[in-house]
Design a protein around this ligand. Sequence first.
Ligand code: ADP
Ligand code: MG
Length: 623
Amino acid sequence: MPDIIQLLPDNIANQIAAGEVIQRPASAVKELLENAVDAGATIIKLVVTDAGKNLIQVIDNGKGMSETDARMSFERHATSKISNIDDLFHIKTMGFRGEALASIAAVAQVEIKTKRAEDELGTFIEIENSAVIRQEPCATQTGTIICMKNLFFNVPARRNFLKSNAAEMRHIVDEFIRVAMAFPEVFFSLTSNGQQVFHLEAGSLKQRLIQILGTHYNTRLVNVKEDTDYMNVYGFVGKPETAKKTRGDQYFFVNNRFIKSAYLNHAVMNAFDEMIARDSFPMYVLFIDVDPSQIDINVHPTKQEIKFEDEKVIYAFVQAAVKHALAQFSIAPSLDFSLNADIQSLEAVNRPATNETLNNVTSSNLFKTFVQKNQAHKIDPVNKSELNHWRDFYEPSGKPLQPLAPDQTTDAGQTSFEHEVITGPALQRGSHVLITDVAFTQIQQAYILACTTNGFILIHQQQAHERVLYDRYSQAINGKSMPTQQSLFPSTIELGAGDTILMQELLPDLHTLGYLIEPFGLNTFVVQGTPADIIQGNEKMAIEMLLEQYKHFSSDIKFSRRERLVRCIARQQAIRPGQSLSQREMTTLVNELFASTTPNTTPNGTPTYIEFKNDYLDRMFGK
Ligand code: ADP
Ligand code: MG
């Protein structure tokens, strides 16, 4: 038998490795933008066509590369950013793995033009399937222009896996925004299919955020800034009034690297505490700078997760910093929330360090230095039970807006309904049926109690309504459209560039669902009409919330775009607990619920009602 193990050819090894780094056009965008930032560029232009599937081009005025470096940069593990293992713990650049260009060259057709300031001529290289096709001197400006064409042209399986242009474009915009936020001193632009989507002049962080998130934040940002010897937190949080009903503009950066952290998110949520409704989400863009030795950015190739040496300290610090900021700007002077302890401790944090503690900073871990340096600073022993609940903040929750549709029972012929017996499929199984000539009882403005021939059921009004709306909108989107009622006072909505793209994508489907929304200028839309059964008056907010919620669910690849939209709208418009219902409204709701083919759950599978049978009740009472 011959030996069977062989070394993979370079191009295949590179293709496999590329899978980790380049999952979609947006991953390449991120890597290329970060390279431009690392190269010290002050002007960075991103150009894409077909959501990057066709072309991704990054033009920078950074330091460029020599001929040899340009050639080397496409080798795997070729980097100028670290040279030994210790360097890993002092990373100041965005990149360090030396994998990005090699990966890109393995899965796309790449052309690069690059020149250093000191060189007269630059270098042009064309590379495909990890092989250099052409290399020659060329005339070009100082900096680098890198073009990446036909991503995954040689890996059809991956190319087929890409989503719609609109979806991929959203990912690109996300990555673009994250880099652009972290480097406001750099000019960034994004052009998509010949149209400029972003044009971000260099400026302050605040200016950058307003450019990206919208001018309505202009007077609604609160500055956060707390510095200590080894850790700084700075950035902005939105005033409580800007809190949205769904998670929207929330960004953490650690050493300028965007990260996702449900844990730190909880710290900010806690700082807002009583100032915003429990079910709303504040805007924040917070930068945490720590000594690179205190974090491990090596956890994940796409580097969105991060390990802190001691995340409890970071948690307490972030929370205190945000509380402090909110208090200083006396956003809510009348609100009684316990600030003093935190503020005092923050002053302690700011006290100059002694030599001894400075030594500690350099030698011991973050937690120790934090505690020793600030004897007075008592880090809130973060409430255990609170911590257990931090995940709750990441659970999607329905945030309905609209009250129950106005009575539809007024139609002739339906009024006698209250004295009929409904037999929904789910309640037909046993011998029992719903009795409707006994009045329904609303409990805690959240549940409806209804008698059956065999006990009673407790209906969750919001979840029941979500089911009803879901059925209605599903039918609409698959068949005849919902009637629209013209808005008496059409409202305009101004969106950020990313949301504009999303909105354009959703417009046709929204129309089918009864929303008449028209583009009006670059980033503005006019709401001309809403579904006929929606109470008018808050269209703007409803639509903004819808977009937020849609984005929140957009990672759910199980569902088509329409399905997601229908789910979002149903969830959003379901009556919420706290809404008291008339007898007639309850009847309509219960009637419609049991007309559904699946009355017993919401589209997500949560129960809409619970059934209490007599024999079960008897047993509970020891009978
Ligand atoms: P990494 O960024 O992790 O070092 P990359 O594969 O992204 O790895 O890039 C490899 C090297 O190529 C970088 O270390 C850098 O020296 C050089 N390089 C890449 N892009 C640029 C650019 N836009 N300008 C100047 N040098 C660049
Ligand atoms: Mg890089």
